[in-house]
Design a protein around this ligand. Sequence first.
Ligand code: ADP
Length: 275
Amino acid sequence: MAYTFKIQPAEKVRLKHYDPEHTGGLTREQGEAKLAVLSKELDVLQEELYAAGLDSVLVILQGMDTSGKDGAIRHVFEPCNPQGINVTSFKVPTAEELGHDFLWRIHQQTPERGMIGVFNRSHYEDVLVVRVHELVSKKVWRARYEQINHFESMLAQNRTLIFKFYLHISREEQEQRLLAREQDVAKAWKLSVGDWKERAYWDRYIEAYEDALSLCNTEAAPWQIVPANAKWFRNVAIAQALVDGLRPRRKKWQARLAEISTARLAELKVYRDSL
Ligand code: ADP
């Protein structure tokens, strides 16, 4: 059972048709119990991915401010061995990064085989914030959708399994979350005037997201929309999508692990016999 919404090929995404409140018919208790089970499986899958070293996994998280990118990373990957996970947060580009093409800094952080690379924001910022604030000309950002598709297709052809999640919250939910940060002194460090300023551009961000989701939804790197008003459901939906996406690779990883084990045992036997 999938809890994320997969975008159909050639679909022109309208986010208002997707319900951010959706919780897949689960209660919170059921969702939390499900997450516990999925977490265990994800931990096993990650260990096999790592040990077999055949594939890389790239998880891209995008969403409006406060949509829960950090929370999702913390909860979904909590059970996994930190040595197998690399999280990268993409911020405003440095002068050096701006001196290169927009994918230069991204490509440096893509995961090596065996690793899960998690992107908190990504190259999609270059068709989101950059488009909304007109940081480059329309001609430049327009060309990027195709460049992104080529880049992701190249990664996929080189054995990177790509998961792209759009964390979908409503405008009202964002307001609640921003106000909650003001109420809680312990969480006020999360506050940023910038978040309120960006909120004024909500409609333009939605438009930019709809284009990114529609134009970069390829077979090699499909988008999934994650209903994210309920934080617990967001975590279940992402964990389920990852487990469903990784499970089919398991046979290959286990076959590789069996080969490695046989070779190691044979080496050990040669050594013992030589004593
Ligand atoms: P968080 O991801 O937790 O919101 P910050 O508050 O530091 O972290 O925000 C990072 C900021 O960097 C965001 O406002 C985002 O839009 C911006 N950013 C990321 N990539 C780019 C980019 N390519 N060009 C311009 N701004 C970017």
